[in-house]
Design a protein around this ligand. Sequence first.
Ligand code: RIB
Length: 298
Amino acid sequence: MSVVVIGSLIIDNTIYVQRIPNHGETVFAKSSLVSFGGKGANQALAAHLSGTDVQLIGCIGQDSEGDQYKKHLKGNGVSTKFLLHSKKYKTGSAFITVEESGENSIIVNPGANQEIAPDHIDNYSELIAKTDILLLQQEIQEESVKYACSLAKNCNTKVVMNPSPIKPTFNINDFPCDVLILNEIESEQLSGHKCPLKSIEVLGRLGVNSIIITQGPGPILLKHESNKTLEYSPPKVNAVDTVGAGDTFAGAFASALSEGIQIKEAIQFAGTAASISVTKPGAQGAIPSKKEIESFPL
Ligand code: RIB
């Protein structure tokens, strides 16, 4: 029952606005928040709070933000044993606007996250070989993510790939994985089809065992072992901040899968976790525990 996450650690600077300003326009913020984020660390914390043993491989700067981040992870029970410290770059940062609807837009300044190279990943080959699940995103060097996928494949470790933020050049053949988690925008970018049901059919021919498409409050789609597409409705909630909801889904899902839970139940569990996460501000402060997820009224 273990998950290894290789990914980003970022300080999120979030501004809450009624709506995102147009070009040349100035608007007033309602409030702001500085918090811990980054898709890698968000997913690692979500997997940990869902009850699994997690190791996070990532890179922070030799700065006060990096020190605070380590303290925060330790305080939340996430091991910092495999975190590197960049001499060259500062801890990564993100600039996020959240509109009244809860929808967000994000600009990431990767900083230290860009330092993890395939050579670094090599140092963790034993850890990757021993774990049940390797969970990956794309806020670190693309070459490192590709390398980690093939390392895991070679030792039969299951790879859950969430290729977010997706690049126009993304080719799934370069990222051997067992489960691909996309949101509806990413699935359109990858398949060329706007309709998620059509999109999952097309993506289902790419040779990945399981494809999951999340659609915010809409139904989660699953194509598993070329069976027909299944739909799961996440619980309806009042969204205040959707930042990190996809990460909460991916982390909770990987955790459930590592415990041997069937993929359909793992999706239901992760969908509930993501729904709960949008009811609170910030990425990591909004991630629910296993107990909260299991006791959430459906
Ligand atoms: O997925 C949400 C995350 O994306 C934020 O925490 C931000 O750091 C960006 O990486």
